[in-house]
Every structure is written in structure tokens, then in C-alpha cells.
Write a protein that binds this ligand. Structure first.
Ligand SMILES: Nc1ncnc2c1ncn2[C@@H]1O[C@H](COP(=O)(O)OP(=O)(O)OP(=O)(O)O)[C@@H](O)[C@H]1O
Ligand SMILES: [Mg+2]
Length: 502
């Protein structure tokens, strides 16, 4: 008999192997009614694979899944959905050309007699859902027109609209704005109160302590342990995830800041205006602000994609005009995109090919032949230094876990040795061990003379790494702090709009 205290969903001895990787190894996992159960672990630990098995996306090689005590065999995500399991994917799964309403209610649109879609009802129900996140978006808007953060909300609403008994969230806040994250936490609390359960994956440990009742740690496809969140600390979780203690992950500056490299005056563009700042050799300049403050637009404009509409840029004291990314790269700028899927990686190419893509010319020998051995060495070296979890550099990037894809992107631009490196959310979706590696690499690049502009929504990262911090709000500079002068509170106070809203 199934008692109310028994697990709603359970995995027993689940094993899943991909070519060269045992992603899950005899995993036991149980989810209780009304609980939020967090899954944590390094990139490639098997978190996404586990929830894909629970959600009917992947079939396990061995072991079984039980729902309310009964063994089930999911052939398709729809089978899991019928059992009340709703997944919000780490990588967005929306149809860009369809409207917000069509995406949320895909295949379940309210119909009138004669089977016609009841558009007014569809739009009204969509508006109700959007209101839960205080979103004033027309339900008819094509999803591709929304910024990534909004698309993520649509993805979440799509799962919530089915009223699932089990909601599975794979790094839901990695591209949410702070107010949207608050709405999500409120939504989770409502679900819990109604007796539903949530599986919550995140690399942001403070979030785990905020939402989770229990935590399970995965490492290399195995369960290290499960405990009550109240009994864990950030340090204890990190130790179980990484297998060792991590000291100050942000490191210390290794050399002096040098002369000015970049000066931007009164830059204007699509979503920013009147932005002036300078950047010096060896400096790490953090740019804080809410999602939507215009930081990415500013960075892209520096690269010429699209160019600034007004203002000037000088590199090493000489004025430059950057009209396209090719101009920007030629001038010594590099931009590590926040949107790795859209315009960062070549998903169907190998890790090796991606690592050297922007610096391929450096690997050409005298007669124009590619020095394949050096490419191998560079790619192998990147894999080792960034600890990219993959059976080999010949693996296609598409098959890597989300965080490992981010590491490949970093390897790409670090190899190009730019004068000014702009990194946009460099550690989004990256586990704490790899994060500390990435910080170390950014510090090394700075010590070697690069000037680094680091856009980040992760305040501890901004505070831990920056020599100087700019805060952007609604497209304008709203504050500047020297290292040591800023706190999370002072930055947030500058980043929030004057009315205090989102
Ligand atoms: N389709 C696939 N083909 C080959 N290998 C895969 C495939 N999907 C996942 N893997 C591998 O399985 C392992 C587990 O991946 P998974 O995506 O579950 O990790 P994760 O814990 O979610 O990591 P992250 O925090 O980076 O999202 C990784 O080594 C990954 O490269
Ligand atoms: Mg994952």
C-alpha cells in the first residue's frame, strides 16, 4: 500500500551510460510529498541525466522508477506528464516563432465546438499566468522576441500551467532576473503548501538553503549522500561535491594594474546611453546590474554588434571605430557571450575544434598547414586546466553538460589572447570547482596584461574578483566603486530603479 509519507517519485538503482561515460551509476533518489529536494554536484555529475530519466526523456539502462510506489516505464516525456511530472529544461525548449500563449499551452489549447482554438480563452489564461510573475507581456508576442530571462519565465509557466504534482527545475534561476527569481520562490512555496513536490537543481548554494528541505549530492554519477538542508552548510556541500575543501575561490591579484587601454566616452546604443569609463592593463572591471540594465548591449556595441549610435572609443590612446565584430576582433577585443547556444559555440563540432576556433590562424604553420599536434595539445591543455568533463576532445560539444559547454567557450577566448576581454556572465551554470579555475584563469590573463571587463549578475563574484566595480541601471552608469569599498547592499541599492521595482 502507498502511504502519504511514502515517496511520490523514486529512482532505484538507476544506471545510464553514454559512449565513454557512466552518467548515472546505481542511483537511488526519492522525492517526498510537499518537499523541495535539491540536486547538487559538479558539472557533468549526472544531475540533468537523472531528471531526464525521471521525466521520460531518457530510458535507464538498469534500475527502476516508481511513481506513488508503482513501477513505471516512461517511453516519452508525455508519459511522465500524465503521471504529473513536469520538467523545466536547463536548455530552453520553446518554439521561437510561436507566441507566448501557444508555447505555454502547446497541444493543449482550449477549443470551442468544431475543434477551433478558443483564442480569447487561451490569451486570458496566459495573461493570468503571466500575472503571477508580474509580467506585462502580450500573450501573442512571438517567444523569440523576448529576452532570454523572459523566455525562461515562459518555460517555467509552461510547466506550471499543467498543475504538476512534481515540478522539476534544472538551474531555473541561471538567467532569471532577481525579481523573477523571487516570483519563482513564491510559486514554489505555493506548490509545496498545496502538497506538490519540487526537484531543484542549482549551482547557487545560497539558493539551495533558501528553497530546499533536503539535498542530494551527486558526484561522477553516484549519490554521495542525502541530508536535510538544515543540517548542511555551504562548506559541507562543496566538500561532498568536489571531494575537497576550496579555499578563497576568488584568489588574489598577482600584479599591479598598468596604464589605460580602453576609454569609452558617452557611448549610446540600443539600451544604454551616456556611458563613459576607462579600463586599464591588468585590471578586472566588474559590471553589476539587474538583468536588462543594458550591460550586454553595451558589451556587444563595443564589439560592433550592432555598433554604438554615438560616443567614442579609444584603444591605447588612439581613437578606433568599430563597425562590426571583425573590426572589434582586429582591434584586440574579444567578447565571451552570455548566450552560448545562440552565438557562442559550434554545437556539432568537437571540443577540439571549438577550443581553437577563434585563434585558428595562430595554429597555422609556415606553409599554411595546420599544426594539428599543437591544436591537440592546446585542446588537451584546456580540457585539463578547466576540467572539462568529457571522454575526449573529439566529443561533440552538443553532448557536453551545460556547465562544460561554458568551459569550452572560455577556452576559446582565452586562447585568442585579446587586449581587452569582455566576459558576460562567465560562470553561469558552472560548478564551484570549475568556477575557482575560471577565476584563476581570469587572474592569470590579467597578470599577463589583458584588461578584463566582467559583466556578472553574481554579486559574490563581482565583489570577489573586481578591482573596480561599475553599476548599471536602466542603461546608464549608476555608480562606481573601488575594490573593498562596495558591499552587496551598496551595489543593489544602485542597481535597483529609483521606484524600487524590477
Ligand atoms: N547525449 C549524451 N551523449 C554523450 N554524453 C552525454 C550525453 N548527455 C550527457 N552526457 C554526459 O553525461 C555526463 C552527465 O551529464 P549531465 O548533463 O547529467 O551533467 P550535469 O550534472 O547536469 O552537469 P551541469 O551542471 O554541467 O549541467 C557528462 O559527462 C556528460 O558529458
Ligand atoms: Mg545539467
Amino acid at each position: 500500500m502507498h502511504l502519504p509519507s511514502d515517496p511520490v517519485v523514486e529512482a532505484r538503482g538507476v544506471t545510464k551510460t553514454f559512449p565513454g561515460v557512466r552518467a548515472l551509476d546505481a542511483v537511488n533518489f526519492s522525492l517526498r510529498r510537499g518537499e523541495v529536494h535539491a540536486l547538487v554536484g559538479e558539472n557533468g555529475a549526472g544531475k540533468t541525466t537523472l531528471i531526464h530519466v525521471l521525466g521520460g526523456v531518457l530510458r535507464p539502462d538498469a534500475g527502476e522508477i516508481l511513481v506513488e510506489g508503482r513501477p513505471v516505464r516512461f517511453r516519452h516525456p508525455a508519459d511522465a506528464a500524465r503521471c504529473g511530472i513536469g520538467l523545466v529544461f536547463q536548455e530552453l525548449s520553446l518554439a521561437g516563432n510561436l507566441s507566448v500563449a501557444e508555447n505555454i499551452f502547446a497541444h493543449r489549447q482550449p477549443v470551442r465546438a468544431a475543434g477551433l482554438i478558443d483564442w480569447p480563452a487561451l490569451h486570458a489564461r496566459t495573461r493570468e499566468l503571466l500575472a503571477r510573475f508580474d509580467l506585462d507581456v502580450d500573450p501573442r508576442t512571438p517567444v523569440r522576441r523576448l529576452p532570454a530571462a523572459r523566455q525562461q519565465v515562459v518555460e517555467i509557466l509552461k510547466a506550471l500551467s499543467r498543475g504538476p504534482r512534481v515540478l522539476v527545475l534544472d538551474e531555473p534561476t541561471s538567467s532569471l532576473t532577481a525579481p523573477d527569481a523571487q516570483h519563482l520562490f513564491a510559486g514554489i512555496a505555493r506548490m509545496k503548501a498545496a502538497g506538490a513536490s519540487v526537484i531543484y537543481i542549482s549551482h547557487h548554494l545560497p539558493e539551495i538553503f533558501r528553497v530546499a528541505d533536503r539535498v542530494t549530492v551527486l558526484r561522477d554519477g553516484r549519490v554521495v549522500g542525502t541530508c536535510a538542508a538544515a543540517e548542511a552548510t555551504e562548506q559541507s556541500l562543496v566538500r561532498s561535491m568536489v571531494g575537497r575543501d576550496l579555499a578563497n575561490i576568488y584568489g588574489e591579484r598577482q600584479s599591479e594594474v598598468g596604464p589605460e587601454v580602453l576609454r569609452v566616452r558617452e557611448a549610446c546604443g540600443e539600451r544604454f546611453s551616456g556611458v563613459s569609463f576607462s579600463l586599464r592593463r591588468g585590471e578586472i572591471l566588474g559590471v553589476a546590474g539587474l538583468v536588462g540594465a543594458g550591460r550586454t548591449e553595451l558589451a556587444r556595441a563595443l564589439l560592433g554588434a550592432p555598433p554604438m549610435t554615438a560616443g567614442t572609443v579609444a584603444l591605447d590612446g588612439r581613437p578606433v571605430r568599430i563597425r562590426s565584430p571583425a573590426d572589434g576582433i582586429a582591434a584586440g577585443l574579444a567578447y565571451l557571450t552570455e548566450d552560448r547556444k545562440q552565438d557562442g559555440l559550434f554545437l556539432d563540432m568537437t571540443v577540439r575544434a571549438n577550443c581553437v576556433a577563434p585563434s585558428l590562424a595562430d595554429f597555422a604553420g609556415r606553409l599554411g598547414w595546420m599544426d594539428e599536434r599543437r591544436i591537440d595539445r592546446f585542446a588537451e591543455d584546456s580540457r585539463r586546466r578547466l576540467r572539462i568533463a568529457t571522454p575526449g576532445i573529439a566529443q561533440r560539444v552538443r553532448n557536453l553538460s551545460g556547465g562544460n559547454q561554458q568551459k569550452v567557450l572560455l577556452a576559446m577566448w582565452m586562447g585568442a589572447r585579446p587586449k581587452v576581454l569582455i566576459v558576460d556572465e562567465p560562470t553561469r551554470g558552472v560548478d564551484v570547482g570549475a568556477r575557482s579555475e575560471i577565476y584563476g584563469l581570469l587572474r592569470q590573463l590579467a597578470a599577463a596584461g589583458a584588461a578584463i571587463l566582467m559583466i556578472s549578475s553574481d554579486l559574490p563574484e563581482i565583489l570577489g574578483l573586481s578591482d573596480r566595480i561599475l553599476v548599471m541601471r536602466q542603461g546608464r552608469l549608476a555608480g562606481e566603486f573601488l575594490r573593498g569599498q562596495a558591499t552587496a547592499e551598496t551595489i543593489i541599492a544602485r542597481a535597483l530603479p529609483p521606484d524600487g521595482g524590477g
